[in-house]
Design a protein around this ligand. Structure first.
Ligand code: AMP
Length: 238
């Protein structure tokens, strides 16, 4: 049963044909990709790879890539494809990705999706999960979210507050709000999402046939249950 699975008690070995599994988390900002990526990563024992986090690490480390990316991120725009694709491919070529990985925030354009396809050959199984949330809820969800600076654990001021204000429950690190989670930037990010990323839903549903819909307008526990149900695994099918 889904609910009795322990984190990390997984299925690398029971996955069909033992193929590496690449899970693509899709949906607008605030749909729950980041919230469920961590627990899913633990459950599947696959690394969670967020291109937004990779850019934020580069910004903190003041790399050239970070400087370039920041100018786009601050405006709620997408970072150009070639910068994202090179960074992502370098990350997924690491040893910890050999059984697969969970992508959060990539691909965001058709060009990114196609370059990912070229890289993933038929030995890889792909699953795209599309998190749906009512439009009216997105701003409230995103504007209230905060995360731990140290371990990245996400919180929400209203729906999932930390036990102690501004302190992470897990590692006691400080909590912060992303600059691009301010309301006016969120509106821009949503516009960009609709124009450039939403068309990928059709691509994964119709052309690739690997899309599953997740109703993200439910309790967090129920959403995660639905996510696990969508993952191809004999261990979960029972
Ligand atoms: P996220 O943390 O996924 O919300 O991403 C934050 C910001 O990083 C986005 O608004 C973009 O500016 C940039 N970014 C992250 N992933 C991508 C991507 N796959 N393509 C282009 N820009 C990206």
């Amino acid at each position: 049963m889904v609910g009795t699975l322990l984190a990390g008690e997984v299925f690398a070995s029971s996955r069909p044909e033992n193929k590496p599994l690449v899970v693509i988390l899709m949906g607008p900002p605030g749909a729950g990709k980041g919230t469920h990526a961590g627990p899913l990563s633990e459950t599947l024992s696959l690394p969670h790879i967020s291109t937004g986090d990779l850019f934020r690490e580069n910004i903190r480390a003041q790399t050239e890539l970070g400087k370039k990316a920041k100018s786009y991120m601050d405006k709620g725009q997408l970072v150009p494809d070639e910068l994202v694709i090179d960074m992502l491919f370098e990350r997924v070529s690491k040893e910890d990705c050999k059984n697969g990985y969970i992508l959060d925030g990539f691909p965001r354009t058709l060009a990114q999706a196609k370059s990912l396809d070229q890289r993933l050959n038929s030995h890889v199984r792909t699953l795209a999960l599309n998190f749906n949330v009512a439009d009216g809820k997105i701003i409230e969800r995103v504007a209230g979210r905060i995360a731990c600076k140290q371990c990245g654990r996400p919180y929400h001021l209203k729906f999932d507050p930390p036990k102690q204000a501004a302190v992470c429950d897990v590692c006691s690190g400080p909590l912060f709000q992303r600059d691009d989670d301010k309301e006016e930037i969120i509106r821009k990010r949503l516009e960009v999402y609709r124009a450039q990323t939403q068309p990928l839903i059709d691509y994964y549903a119709k052309q690739k046939g690997v899309l599953k819909e997740i109703d993200s307008d439910q309790r967090k526990e129920q959403v995660f249950h639905d996510v696990l149900e969508a993952v191809p695994s004999p261990a979960l099918a029972k």
